[in-house]
Design a protein. Structure first.
Ligand SMILES: *Cc1c(COP(=O)(O)O)cnc(C)c1O
Length: 496
């Protein structure tokens, strides 16, 4: 097995091991770490079909994280995918509405972010040990709602780490917010910003690139890392569940070995779908990668025109975790489709930060052939929740509904009947307000927890612990700051 090394999409030159890339989070030139090659699946699909989630995870992680020992990986995997998940299968699949819904929300914070963020703290503390790093690791994270809580849950009270989360004050669901502001653990710090997720994400990237702040951190025996999907340690664990999903279909004889499947992913920062792309590049038989956007359809426009243009109105939707105009992980795809050429990638990213847009060339567009883009407006999102609930008795959240709505139009227009997996990214209980609006209008005025009770009456799906335990929990985090006060806020917390 050849080693996989990592370098920046913008070509700062250094070549790192996987553990170093995970520790750093973001490259010092502002680029994202990418593998020097995408390894091929080395285990037979039939053999993978006989393995449980943890074993599949091991077979995938060892291909990418080549400087970790087998024992280190097994330890991280066992610590992550345990009874924090409410099902042995970790990522079960349900069949409804002509598709297979891959439920990625059975972890501690009931969104798909748990799939990677339950293992990242273990990969990171192992990385620190391997690289003799003894400074305190400060996780700096921007969240559109779900990453924040999943990262807090993963890093709370982990020795040698602190975690700071910035969320858009008015841009998350009430339950998402309550989950974050009730977070316990002395090493946690949650801040609402007066701005959007894109403001928070851009601000965090600036702090990472700030040389002076880096020096200040150094003097204080600390260093930054990231739990956002820009960290390669998030991306790699996300590849696992696509391989797992395929091999479950194989095991249950829904498909034959080698049969292609489509994958539909409700997309925001482009991390989840990029993991599916990597799975395809490794040799997993994926036909179409269907990128589903909500009304912030910057990615749909990109796939249909070859122009990425974030100069547009930002819309708050019922799928807040996808309310994003700068999809960070797209940079990794851009790097790959321009022939792993960091200087071309850097030029486009410079254009994006200066003008808010860039165009890709025809030869790059050709390489986007596996992708199809679609988008779903608010009305169709709620209608999709209702239709699937009424016709199949299956309840989905608004993010998953964006994917299901896009898939329905795709299937109708294209006539493509390939078996299709839809990434189901959050529990309906995380977005009780929108889900009830779809299936039981007239319940608008109740608070989100009463809505959870009503949802239970209707669906008989038991209320997850993640919701019941925050209902009466004390609010521990009340800090709010302006976008231009992020650095000051960080320094204040770290000086405590
Ligand atoms: C984060 C998130 C998404 C978007 O995933 P990306 O990897 O950012 O594209 C979709 N749905 C939910 C529920 C999420 O939390």
């Amino acid at each position: 097995m050849t080693d996989v090394t990592y370098s920046s999409t913008r070509g700062a030159g250094e070549t790192l091991t996987a553990s170093q890339a995970i520790l750093n989070g973001l490259a010092s030139d502002g680029g994202l770490y990418v593998p020097d090659h995408i390894p091929a699946l080395s285990t037979d699909l039939d053999a993978l079909a006989r393995m449980d989630y943890r074993h599949v995870a091991f077979e995938i992680l060892r291909l990418y994280l080549t400087d970790y020992t087998d024992d280190e990986l097994r330890h991280c995997i066992d610590a992550a995918y345990d009874e924090k998940f409410d099902t042995e299968e970790i990522a079960p699949m349900a069949e409804a509405a002509d598709a297979y819904f891959l439920e990625l929300y059975h972890g501690a914070t009931i969104a798909f972010k748990d799939m990677a963020l339950s293992i990242l703290p273990h990969l990171m503390t192992t990385a620190a040990r391997k690289n003799n790093v003894d400074s305190e690791i400060v996780i700096l994270t921007a969240t559109s709602g779900d990453t924040g809580k999943a990262a807090l849950a993963g890093f709370a009270s982990v020795p040698g780490t602190r975690i700071i989360v910035f969320y858009p004050k008015d841009g998350v669901s009430p339950i998402q917010k309550q989950q974050m502001v009730t977070q316990q653990g002395d090493n946690t710090f949650v801040v609402g910003i007066n701005g959007t997720f894109d403001n928070a994400q851009t601000g965090v990237k600036k702090l990472f690139a700030d040389e002076e702040l880096r020096g200040w951190m150094d003097e204080h025996g600390m260093r930054f890392s990231s739990a956002n999907s820009i960290n390669i340690g998030r991306l790699v664990p996300q590849i696992v569940y696509y391989v797992y999903a395929y091999t479950r279909l194989l095991k249950e004889e829904r498909i034959k070995k080698g049969d292609p499947v489509n994958v539909v992913v409700p997309t925001g920062n482009f991390g989840n779908i990029l993991a599916a792309y990597y799975a395809g590049q490794m040799g997993l038989p994926i036909a179409k990668l269907i990128c589903a956007s909500n009304e912030n359809k910057v990615l749909y426009d990109f796939f249909s025109t070859g122009t990425y243009d974030r100069n547009r109105e930002f819309i708050l939707t019922s799928s807040p975790s996808m309310d994003i105009l700068i999809s960070s992980n797209l940079e990794r795809l851009i790097y790959h489709i321009c022939g792993n050429d960091a200087s071309r990638c850097r030029t486009l990213m410079d254009l994006l930060s200066r003008t808010g847009r860039y165009d890709i060339t025809d030869d790059m567009r050709e390489q986007l052939a596996p992708f199809a883009g679609g988008f779903c407006d608010e009305e169709l999102t709620l209608n999709t929740i209702r239709d699937i609930y009424e016709s199949c008795g299956y309840l989905i959240d608004p993010h998953t509904a964006v994917a299901a709505g896009v898939y329905r139009s795709y299937r109708m227009k294209s006539g493509d009947k390939t078996p299709t997996v839809i990434a189901s990214t959050a529990s309906p209980y995380k977005f009780t307000g929108s889900v009830l609006r779809a299936i039981d209008p007239g319940y608008e005025s109740a608070d989100d927890f009463d809505k959870a009770d009503r949802l239970y009456e209707l669906s008989k799906i038991s209320i997850p612990k993640a919701v019941s335990e925050i209902r009466t929990a004390p609010i521990l985090h009340k800090t709010i700051c302006e976008v231009d006060e992020m650095e000051k806020t960080v320094k204040e917390f770290l000086s405590r």
